[in-house]
Design a protein around this ligand. Sequence first.
Ligand SMILES: Cc1cc2nc3c(=O)[nH]c(=O)nc-3n(C[C@H](O)[C@H](O)[C@H](O)COP(=O)(O)OP(=O)(O)OC[C@H]3O[C@@H](n4cnc5c(N)ncnc54)[C@H](O)[C@@H]3O)c2cc1C
Length: 433
Amino acid sequence: MLGLRAIKDSSEHTGSYYAASRQPTTDYSFLSEAATCDVVVVGGGFSGVNTAVELTERGYEVILIEANRIGWGASGRNGGQIIGGIGHTPERFKKLIGEQGIKTIYQMGIEARDVIKERIETYGIDCDLKWGYCDVALKPRHMKEFAIWRDWERTIGNPHPYTLLDASELKSFVNSDRYLGGLHNTANGHIHPLNLCVGEAAAAVRCGARVFEQTRAIEIIPGDNPVVKTEHGSITAKQIVLAGNAYMGKLIPKLSLRVLPSASSVIATEPLSEALATKLLPGDVAVCDPRTALDYFRLSADRRMLFGGLSNYTGMEPKNLVPVMRKKMRNVFAELADIKIEYAWSGWIGIGINRMPQLGKLAPNIRYIQAYSGHGVAPTHMMAKITAESIAGETNRFDVMAAIPHMAFPGGRVLGRPLLAAGMAYYKFLDLF
Ligand SMILES: Cc1cc2nc3c(=O)[nH]c(=O)nc-3n(C[C@H](O)[C@H](O)[C@H](O)COP(=O)(O)OP(=O)(O)OC[C@H]3O[C@@H](n4cnc5c(N)ncnc54)[C@H](O)[C@@H]3O)c2cc1C
């Protein structure tokens, strides 16, 4: 398609700032035998890795397989923004999950960030965790929505205060003339996502999990003891968890029809001087605007501006990615108009039609987790936790999520893309007002 190109990256994931600053590099061998275990987890992103951590902490014998390297997918490429909440407006499903189900989802949305916090503390993971976050307003109606949202967080018992800021107050966090104000909180924050994911995989190994990289599941054979076949081996287990999300291709058509890989992109500047970094983002917060095709940005630990955006439902990125992203960044910070951009990369967000994470069972012993619709850093950790709970017999929270129905994209991925693009174009049009 004109002006677009496929996202390219080696199976080692070398293209991003995160890959260049990954500590340490993972080098788990590939599976070349017929193995057995209690639970095999497919996919080495946050969903899969944290399912492995949660299960090994509970005493299960776990094998985790990743087709490329740990964190190769969205988990090692994202904006690094830890954002509370699980999915969007669970009230829509009240008839199916009841008032209690809705409350459960809101409570999980608060708990998710603590799962990350505890994991980092428990295993001493070095991933530049910072708390502090601003949603920023581009329209007067955004400020009204933020006020409702602040009150709502109080209503659901979020212990972290949300503070409404006018344009001048916002400048002590986000020093740009672009915004009319914002909503600040310390419930949310930011991390180096690849270092978190790699550190969590190491935690799973410390707890006894076996991890294999460059090991793609090519067939799932259901049964009392289901089997995952890989190119050079197989794993027979009591349970399987599928966590390949937008990158799982056609392994399970029922799942791939419900998640559409959509591209989002990030650039990283050269390191800014301390004075410039402090001038632009004095509070070192992560920042996000409320549009459908949103901007999201923050500083890395070495003071690069990491600026993300775009949402391309073709799954491809612009051929002129750097100029496109530079323009977006310049609209927020004119000071960065000529700054050197050292890295630019893209990844796949798994979009679902109703924008709620998809959890469920393909068989009593085969579970899946996918489709966070661009909001997954914290929710993956929570969904991994409740998946492990469910395997351990505490099924309540998993069952709430599994009760939410998920439609396949009409026309599959081929026709689903233009349909989703048309739907999103409508929401982008509404963003103009
Ligand atoms: C550019 C970008 C920016 C984003 N920014 C944010 C943000 O700031 N905040 C936020 O909350 N969310 C953000 N997200 C979304 C978030 O990153 C994802 O929701 C989350 O990482 C999903 O994690 P996951 O483990 O489910 O999937 P992934 O991280 O995609 O992991 C799936 C893994 O499974 C592997 N796999 C697939 N098939 C197989 C197979 N057959 N066998 C073995 N392995 C397989 C893949 O190689 C991949 O590594 C962003 C996403 C992108 C792409």
